[in-house]
Design a protein around this ligand. Structure first.
Ligand code: NAD
Ligand code: TYD
Length: 352
């Protein structure tokens, strides 16, 4: 079958990547979607069980850090476009071991840029879409929001590696005229997120009556967006963006960690038929994260005004839906939390 476009999605077995792959495979039968993923602890093909036999989908296991592998892959497949999500994505892991972040997030991105640059002779109909984070902008005080012109000020090894990759993607646009677009999104929540990030970790811990390690005083603020709204935004930007542009994506949905945790505890008590107040007793204040960014908040006006995107789901509904998903998908949780996860988790919270 001849496809209209052949799109490489990297990191498609991860949290956001799997939602995007599902959307693209189902919505665009005329596109061939190739999912390249190393299947690290965070990547799981269970996330894509429902579309794995689709005729416009193919999975390839591989590492973006291998320049030779990436060069061969581009020669073989002749991709029209790339949507690049593969990354090491957890701030705490980046503090413990920055080098994995440098290799995947920076070197891996440059390998993809080089392969695109060598294979795309004319810039027409090609696009390198780099998926990034609002954490590149650093930390806000009590007021203000990140816009697309906020100066970069990354403060963790994770955000520094993502900032570096953003700069390199822009450098390839200015220097080599590679057709690129970048989006910087706020914190995502939803199904299929590996339970080390705040929301799925705390759902899993409440379910198992384990303590809820709140960093510092729980006063840090994050701006939460439903993952499927992020995937919708990527689709819209991919098809309509101006080449070379950056778009912020966010839900105007700021929560102080401790307030969010209390809301989750209440919903979990209701869902598990426990007396209200049971889950809150699991809250344990622990040593703050090193260099913990105080507040993130995204101004997504450009995306709304230029491309008409707004979030579709209210947080109150989204968080309930998310909690129910984790409770109904016990096998998924058990599978991803066995093995390597357990070692990391025990080291983080119980052996210090
Ligand atoms: P994730 O950790 O759930 O998934 C990352 C995926 O990349 C995994 O499937 C993993 O196996 C794969 N991967 C890692 N190293 C690889 C390598 N060397 N080669 C090939 N594949 C590799 O991450 P996520 O939360 O889905 O984030 C996806 C992207 O979105 C990342 O680039 C992240 O920086 C960005 N982002 C995330 C959020 C968020 O809230 N999670 C917000 C904004 C932007
Ligand atoms: P996280 O989900 O790791 O996302 P990020 O650090 O990339 O924003 O953390 C969200 C917030 O929750 C952040 O302020 C750190 C805090 N946090 C805790 O208090 N305890 C935890 O165990 C984790 C993982 C996060």
């Amino acid at each position: 079958m001849t496809f209209l476009k052949k799109i490489l999605i990297t990191g498609g077995a991860g949290f956001i990547g799997s939602h995007l792959v599902r959307l693209m495979v189902n919505k665009y039968p005329s596109y061939k979607i190739v999912n390249l993923d190393k299947l690290t602890y965070a990547g799981n093909l269970e996330n894509l069980k429902d579309i794995e036999t689709s005729s416009n989908y193919e999975f390839i296991k591989g590492d973006i850090v291998s320049a030779e592998f990436i060069a061969d892959l581009f020669k073989k497949y002749q991709f029209d476009a790339v949507i690049h999500l593969a990354a090491e994505s957890h701030v705490d892991r980046s503090i413990a071991n920055p080098m994995d972040f440098i290799m995947t997030n920076i070197v891996g991105t440059v390998n993809l840029l080089n392969a695109a640059k060598s294979n795309w002779s004319s810039t027409k109909n090609n696009l390198f879409y780099h998926v990034s984070t609002d954490e590149v902008y650093g930390s806000l005080g009590q007021t203000g929001m990140f816009t697309e012109s906020t100066s970069y000020d990354p403060r963790s090894p994770y955000s520094a590696s993502k900032a570096s990759s953003d700069h390199l993607v822009r450098a390839y646009f200015h220097t080599y005229h590679l057709p690129i677009v970048i989006s910087n999104c706020s914190n995502n929540y939803g199904s299929h997120q590996f339970p080390e990030k705040l929301i799925p970790l705390f759902i899993n811990n409440i379910k198992n009556n384990k303590s809820l390690p709140v960093y510092g005083k729980g006063e840090n603020v994050r701006d939460w967006l439903w993952v499927e709204d992020h995937a919708r935004a990527i689709d819209l930007i991919f098809h309509n963006a101006k080449i070379g542009e950056t778009y912020n994506i966010g839900g105007h949905n700021e929560w102080k960690n401790i307030d969010l945790i209390r809301v989750m505890c209440k919903i979990m008590d209701e869902e598990l038929n426990r007396p209200i107040g049971t889950s809150e007793k699991l809250i344990t204040y622990v040593t703050d994260r090193a260099g913990h960014d105080l507040r993130y908040a995204i101004d997504a006006t450009k995306l709304k005004n230029e491309l008409g995107w707004t979030p579709s789901l209210q947080f109150e509904e989204g968080i309930k839906k998310t909690i129910r998903w984790y409770l109904e998908n016990e096998n998924w949780l058990n599978q991803v939390t066995s093995g390597e996860y357990q070692k990391y988790y025990d080291k983080q919270y119980f052996n210090r």
